[in-house]
Design a protein around this ligand. Structure first.
Ligand code: C2E
Ligand code: MG
Ligand code: MG
Ligand code: MG
Length: 280
């Protein structure tokens, strides 16, 4: 799939925001059924501690096993889900399923923290922290082993509610990650006062950081910003050894990308030694 957030695909399938409205309705109706019929599946992508090379966590990434269209990446249906508000129950489904999976892999001896992506729409629901607390309690999962990834743009939407929700989530002990950092419209003042535990540097800057001095300056600054805020710096989209080595030298804490492993159904991650995913 191409496109950082897969938006290019949406134009083809869903017609895009400006495309045929009935196409959106089709996706929305199908998605509603997909949730009821359990057609969504979770893939997991490892996160690597740069210093040790060990798995430091896993990120849940949703896919849709569509009855006719095959396995769809999130870029093909999340925009329609956002548009219709279905993203709220969808994220709740992802949280429940991912925390249940985490329980299973913990029983198998993998002590991996879990990251789940949440939408701005979830953060605008005042009950969301209580929902998270209830799911944690129901699965017996430890709050500090869950991180919620919020895009930088989501932080800027409806300041009051979002900030309050994030504060309450932080008080639960859940980690808060700022996803795709550097590409949104956030001014740095949006970060102030929030319980941020991780900043994920967007792969647009990471891709050519081994060669491009401007990308290097940006990535170095974001690492310093993360550390200054008391957070971890994580690089996304690491595809080459050169980039990985540059990040290690620059003091980046964690890295994620095809070099270390593609998103996969979790038994595959659990069974495969890291080197098998490397270089693909
Ligand atoms: P994200 O959270 O920034 O996730 C990273 C995306 O980059 C994933 O795409 C992943 O497959 C891809 N990726 C990882 N490593 C590499 C690499 O080395 N090179 C390249 N070119 N790409 C890499 P994916 O799975 O298609 O997800 C796209 C976006 O959809 C995610 O971006 C996230 O914003 C959203 N998303 C995925 N699952 C969920 C979910 O359960 N809930 C919500 N609200 N959003 C989700
Ligand atoms: Mg993410
Ligand atoms: Mg990201
Ligand atoms: Mg990204």
């Amino acid at each position: 799939y191409q496109g950082k957030r897969g938006t290019a695909n949406v134009v083809v399938y869903a017609g895009g925001e400006t495309g045929h409205p009935h196409q959106w309705l089709v996706v929305q109706a199908e998605l509603r059924h997909a949730l009821e019929r359990d057609e969504l599946v979770l893939f997991y992508q490892p996160k690597i501690a740069v210093a040790s090379g060990e798995i430091s966590g896993v990120e849940a990434l949703v896919r849709w096993q569509h009855p006719h269209r095959g396995l769809l990446p999130p870029g093909e249906f999340l925009p329609a889900a956002e548009h219709s508000g279905l993203i709220v129950p969808l994220t709740e489904w992802v949280l429940r399923r991912a925390l249940a999976d985490q329980t299973t892999w913990t029983e198998q001896g993998h002590d991996w923290p879990l990251s789940v992506n949440v939408s701005a729409r979830n953060l605008e629901v005042p009950d969301f922290p209580r929902y998270v607390r209830d799911v944690l309690a129901a699965t017996g999962a430890a709050p500090h082993r869950l991180t919620l990834e919020v895009t930088e743009t989501a932080l800027a939407s409806d300041k009051g509610t979002v900030a309050r929700t994030l504060t309450e989530l932080g008080e639960l002990g859940v980690g808060i990650s700022v996803d795709d950092f550097g590409t949104g419209y956030t001014s740095l003042s949006h970060l102030r006062g929030l319980p941020i535990t991780e900043i994920k540097i967007d792969r647009a800057f990471v891709a050519d950081v081994a060669r491009d001095p401007q990308s290097q300056a940006i990535v170095r600054s974001v690492i310093e910003l993360a550390h200054g805020l008391g957070s971890r710096a994580t690089a996304e989209g690491v595809e080459t050894v050169e980039v990985s080595e540059w990040l290690a030298a620059a003091g980046c804490d964690e890295a994620q990308g095809y070099l270390f492993g593609r998103p996969a159904p979790w038994p595959q991650i659990a069974g495969a030694p890291l080197s098998e995913g490397a270089g693909r």
